[in-house]
Ligand binder design. Structure first.
Ligand SMILES: [Fe+2]
Length: 396
């Protein structure tokens, strides 16, 4: 026991009650109960000594907090428009004030954490239509841009129609909503029939669903594909929700899912002058076990270099995944028009195309890469969600 318990501290009206426990504080509030460790509370002191006022960055060096930090007293007072404030006097001589509203918003109890975080909308071939927006709305209005960014967040795919069919327009679009991610290859790639091209995309062959550049440890997470001209016969686009495919696999064949999340695969893409090479499992999970990164490019996969005992299980899982990806269960097939700009969240959604006849008409697209984080940052800024509320609720 490191804290001297002060018993219950009831706020006026009785809506808030605090109890000091061994190592943590128990808070009863209007919407339930929350608990916070003393180390966490001390670390998140928002006073002008512990935070840099102009930037909100932490000035307090967390490692300097005494091991046995604990409050010596706790009081709750209803002060002003910030609502009830909790004041803690610490055994290191410091004092901290927290707005109860801020504490409740930062509750990290298991129940609250399970409900937090945005869940994507997984989809398959029954998706009625790829979310589609007008170029003028996305680049010219806040509402239009937010709707587009919401679609990227929820579905991982969107089409922007009416994009001017001008060279490098895709780069201008990228810079309007975020930043271009440069790679070893051109900043703006041209995809058209090219007998000397370095990639199967430069042939008129079918392109199976894939994600680009799994040959980077961190592949580009957004890809923009701008169809300047699309008049050839065939060449329909495909999009496939890789997260939906692997979530179904996790349910239907958990052992296959486990193998794909564990066994590393190497990928390479090179040209005369450049080389990219990386090794990672096809599925990478976040700490809560949700799929975070999905990479799939059968054409770029290198000879498997796995433990002997994993090879059979890997091929079972990998071939099952491939058959699912190539089936009509998941693939959405649609013909883009000249001026369409397709965006995919490329750690999630695969793109591909059917074969086309290069003699039947022009087909030219330009693509650039971006990072999903930058698009979500733009979304938060447009919504005004990017400046955190101080722990003490700010100046009243
Ligand atoms: Fe591609």
């Amino acid at each position: 026991m490191t804290a001297q318990s002060t018993g219950r501290e009831d706020a006026p009206g009785g809506a808030v009650a605090v109890e000091l426990r061994d190592g943590y504080l128990d808070l009863a509030h209007e919407t339930g109960r929350s608990a916070f460790h003393y180390m966490w509370l001390r670390d998140n002191c928002g006073c002008h000594e512990c935070r840099i006022s102009q930037s909100g960055e932490r000035a307090l060096f967390t490692a300097d907090i005494p091991d046995h930090i604990a409050p010596t007293s706790a009081t709750v007072a209803e002060t002003d428009a910030r609502g009830p404030l909790l004041s803690l006097a610490w055994n290191d001589g410091h004092e901290t004030r927290y707005s109860i509203r801020w504490l409740v918003a930062h509750d990290y109890s298991a129940g609250t954490r399970a409900q937090s975080g945005h869940l994507p909308i997984l989809w398959d071939a029954t998706l009625a239509a790829v979310p589609t927006f007008e170029h003028a709305d996305v680049v010219g209005t806040v509402e239009g841009q937010l709707a587009y960014l919401d679609a990227i967040r929820d579905y991982g795919v969107a089409v922007v129609s009416g994009t001017p069919s001008v060279e490098r327009e895709v780069e201008r679009f990228a810079e309007t909503v975020g930043h271009v991610r440069e790679t070893a290859f051109e900043r703006v790639h041209n995809v058209r029939h090219d007998p000397l091209g370095y990639n199967v995309a430069h042939t008129p062959l079918e392109l199976k669903p894939h994600t680009d550049l799994p040959s980077y440890s961190w592949p580009p997470s957004i890809q923009l594909l701008h169809f300047l001209v699309n008049e050839a016969t065939g060449g329909e686009s495909t999009v496939t929700d890789g997260w939906a495919v692997v979530e179904d696999l996790r349910r239907e064949d958990p052992a296959a899912f486990e193998v794909l999340a564990r066994v590393p695969v190497s990928f390479q893409l090179f040209s005369q002058d450049e080389d990219t090479y990386a090794t990672a499992p096809i599925i990478q999970l976040d700490p809560d076990g949700r799929v975070r990164t999905f990479r799939y490019s059968n054409q770029l996969a290198q000879p498997l270099d796995a433990a002997f005992d994993d090879v059979e299980a890997f091929y079972h899982a990998y071939r099952k995944l491939g058959r699912a990806i190539d089936s009509d269960r998941y693939k959405v097939v649609f013909k883009t028009s000249s001026g369409d700009l397709l965006t995919v969240h490329s750690h999630r959604v695969m793109h591909g195309r059917l074969a086309f006849d290069p003699a039947s008409g022009g087909r030219h697209l330009q693509d650039v890469y971006m990072e999903y984080d930058d698009l979500m940052a733009r979304r938060r800024v447009l919504l005004g969600h990017h400046i955190p509320e101080p722990a003490d609720g700010g100046d009243a």
